[in-house]
Ligand binder design. Sequence first.
Ligand code: HEM
Length: 500
Amino acid sequence: MPVLDNLNVRAVTVVATVSVSAYFIYRKIVEPLHYFEQIGIPGPTPVAFLGNLPDLEEGIHLAHVALKEKYGKVFGLIIGRKPQIVVCDVNILQKILIENFNGFCNRRGFQLLPYDNLKYGVNTLRDREWRRVRSILMPAFTLESCEELAPIIAKSCNILLIKFLQASYTEQALNISSAMNQFATEITMVTLFGQPGKLQTSVNVRPDKLTIAINSIFRVPPMTSLLILAIPPLSSYLLKINSTGFRYLESVCYRAIRRKRERIAEKMECQRDLLQLMLEADRNGKLNDTDIASQSLTYLLTSYHPLKNGLCFLVYLIATHKEVQNRLIREIDENLPNRELPTQKEISKLVYLDAVIKETLRLYPATFIYHREAVEDCSINGFFFPKEVTIAIPVYAIHRDPEIWPNPSSFRPERFLSDDANSARHPCSYLPFGVGARACMATHFVTMIFKMMLVITLRSIKFKTVAETEVPLSTTSLASLQPMYDVYLGIERRVYVDSI
Ligand code: HEM
């Protein structure tokens, strides 16, 4: 009898283990694959563990364009195991981003971020806490605040110009990606912490410690990315493995905040920079050092990549469209003939410059995707959006939609010159900085950097294509949309400059 009992116990254990495993496999692996069938949203068939990641192999931005053609303007993807609804329909986006903003005010959950300082950044915060921090910080990003930063931005633009002039003397192709990498790092540091421009000192120098640190944070090995997507709870641990870059940036931020607070306490004159503007915006002292460091790190990490890549695309497009470059130079020469630092008001009169920058960001929106999630289950125009499921806004696919932008792949700044065309455009058809209450805080600031860089450099040089320039440009979508390979351009002097 005891033998029988033993057998029964073993059989029950085996059956129970198999049943629990089968249930677990069904719930965790099989069921998520049918998620979109159940809620009636079309999309490509996912595979176990990877979901639709194989469908995104060619680049997320290009996949969005192709999937929109195949499945329509709303489709579902399973990213690893997480469902994501991709919305290319501008009328639905208008409801999500503008009309019913309160129902979709949060980005996707970043609860698994590896460092506390990233969890408290304004782009990650949710609900009330996001509103509180954003409203304190917003005065630091007005047009007037940008004007205060103009002199330090101009200084970095002048150093970039010297680099371009040096390249024009050697007549060698210049690695624009590397030049813009250092320029963007310097601009980020100088505008955030007022650090003197010394990062982009000469042609072909090795990347500085800061650039290495910022890049190391985004360099997650492919195997680690796959593990994070397949088993999200592991992300916090996996991302922490390579924490040297992040710790370095953290120490830079805290040092700068301490220095600034000391200078303020001793009533010493302070450099006008974003850190100063943030501290001034926080009139009632509601943000402590950790809050300010979180915002600084957020700016460092969210701004550097789109800035660097946006600048690369801009000069690439100008070099490959001679007629655009000539018209731009004519506008700058006619309106800003003297070489003094132009004011915001003077720059804002350059309508063609504005159109060139807008068209660059349409064709190559560095932030090619961003996200929201519904606060509650809801339906819009016949599509069901379940609570807390990620909603992706595929900026690149919207900017390349021929129904919205005729001949979408051609670079035509004229699209933005006509007031009639600008006012007739759907509010969600052009989204390089987002739209609505959660749009990019730094739109004025970024536009000013792009404009100053062009005004200051094009007064002395011209960009041109060389044998090493890849035409047409291939792109990839990593931390932001970027050229697949380094961009090389030639630099031609417009005027004789004897003082470099
Ligand atoms: C070419 C450069 C840039 C582009 C294309 C860009 C674009 C964007 C986009 C598309 C969003 C999401 C908007 C949304 O969810 O509705 C965003 C958010 C944000 N951007 Fe930018 N950005 C750039 C540079 C910067 C810079 C330089 C800073 C700071 C100094 C910055 C600060 C932020 C912040 C703080 C948010 C989050 C706002 C919030 O959640 O309330 N961005 N940006």
